[in-house]
Design a binder for this molecule. Sequence first.
Ligand code: SF4
Ligand code: SF4
Length: 394
Amino acid sequence: MSQRVDPELMKEIKQYGAVGLEKCINCGNCTAICSLTGEGDRFPRHMIRLAQLGMRDELLGSKELWLCYNCGLCSETCPQGAEPANLMAAARCYAITQYAPLKISVLFCKHPVIGGLLATLMVIFFSIFMYGEREVMHPDDLELFGFIPYEFIHNAGLAFMVLVGLISALTILTMMRRIAKINGLTFKNFFTGAHKHWLLAFWEGVVVQSLWQKRYREECDIEENRKAWYISKWFVHAATMWGFLGLLFATSLNFFLDIIGVKETGTFVQLWYPTRLIGTLSGLLFMYGVTVLLYKRWKAVDKAHSFSRPSDYTFLTLLWLAGVTGFIIEIALYLPGAPTWAYWMFIFHVAVSITLLLLLPITKFAHSIYRMVALYIHALRPISKQETAPASTD
Ligand code: SF4
Ligand code: SF4
């Protein structure tokens, strides 16, 4: 396959936060030290090589970008200070802008200050919009869905979810098309052919590796596991992800129960009601994970957290605000009477949540989608071997 070379690629990736990649001498130390590289994997050294040589299509069509968990070990041990972990993170941000159908993603990934301002404006806009939709503020019972009508939130939430689902599907298709292109595959090869059965690959890639993060826990996090488990990288990352998924599950189940009429809208819900209990426990896990992640970035505790950009803070701050406002509202629900501030907190909470939802497929948040797809494809082993084809870059 002919390979197009773009001398501007390295400069471009640097605009997404990469530092020091020109110092790399291709020694391979980083690939040897990375516990996540298996047979046929060549990251992060190969990713740096592709960036240095300007091989854009190969870089964007590599599933290896998404197999890295940014543990920072390769950067700690690079003899040249080429910061390979940082390159992987910057290249992922670059890839998100290239896969996303809306080029607005460039604002969040390449110009993080502007992206942060835009996210703030979105929160203000949605707050004002909902303020315009408000109805009566009940002084005795905290009737949040009487203040902002339930139908309004339900319909708006549904419309935004469909929009985000469509954009996510388009970005996944683009990613898979790029992977297929550099490997000389057809789209069908991802589901049929001489690979491992796709159901087995789904189990291994999505459930075992992506949701449970088995290899990350057992191999990549060894150094950290010697410390207390609750501050290990694996647990903090897993707590954030599981907490988020648990909140999503509890909200969706609540929606569903409302639709089928099991629970009356606006009815007072006890703490031990299943969806409330799942939501509360997931929220605690989520808040713990996000708070520790913010702290680690703020203190730059290691190489993996030393090159934080405003976009990293925007994303984490929005998650943190969504979590903390959710808890404040929950506490208000159990207080006597109906505190006025809880109504305003509700508006703010919904505005932050909508902003997060809309930013899901076009910001760093999108790595959760791409990693799942990449791990699924990685589990189809024969494709990994074909990906080692362009030997000339070595
Ligand atoms: S990034 Fe560092 S360790 Fe990796 S190949 Fe380059 S010089 Fe070697
Ligand atoms: S940051 Fe960690 S997981 Fe990523 S390439 Fe480096 S050593 Fe491997």
